[in-house]
Design a protein around this ligand. Structure first.
Ligand SMILES: [Zn+2]
Length: 155
């Protein structure tokens, strides 16, 4: 069943078992997690960072920007979380999915390029890269990171 509202819960650590209709927010770790609002049960992880999602808080009303596009899930649901309400946008078309993926790729490239080369070397020399990849929102962004690093390394 499609949800029309979500309840924010501010936590330090995101619990392993999460409930429908709750947006778990860890400000400490800059991440928010919820179950897909369509009711399919898939877990949606949104990292709260300048390059990804922004969280606006007004008392117990939270807004996530931009929208949540679950194009990697079978449901392909797409919605906004605005002032703790779920505003449905209808499934994304293939064209929209492609556009969002391209935007992700651009964001990630920009994000990485803002760091300097030394930083990239640090990242390459440390298992930290796995952590960095995990923080990315989806497989295509992760793929973009690896590709960028490979290109940079072979440069
Ligand atoms: Zn879903």
């Amino acid at each position: 069943m499609k949800l029309v509202a979500i309840t924010p819960q501010f936590v330090e650590l995101i619990p392993r078992e999460i409930q429908d209709g709750v947006l778990y927010i860890s400000e400490k770790y800059g991440t928010a997690t919820h179950r897909c609002c369509c009711g399919c049960g898939m877990k949606v992880v949104t990292s709260l960072s300048p390059a990804r999602w922004k969280l606006y808080r007004d008392g117990n009303l939270v807004t996530l920007y931009p929208s949540i596009g679950n194009w990697d899930f079978p449901c392909r649901s797409h919605y906004w979380i605005r002032r703790s309400r779920v505003v449905w946008s209808g499934p994304m078309s293939h064209k929209e999915v492609r556009r969002v993926k391209e935007r992700d790729q651009r964001d990630i490239n920009r994000h990485i390029k803002q760091g300097n080369a030394r930083k990239a070397v640090d990242i390459l020399n440390q298992p930290k890269i796995n952590q960095l990849a995990k923080e990315l929102p989806n497989k295509s962004a992760q793929h973009g990171l690896w590709k960028w690093l490979k290109d940079w390394w072979n440069h």
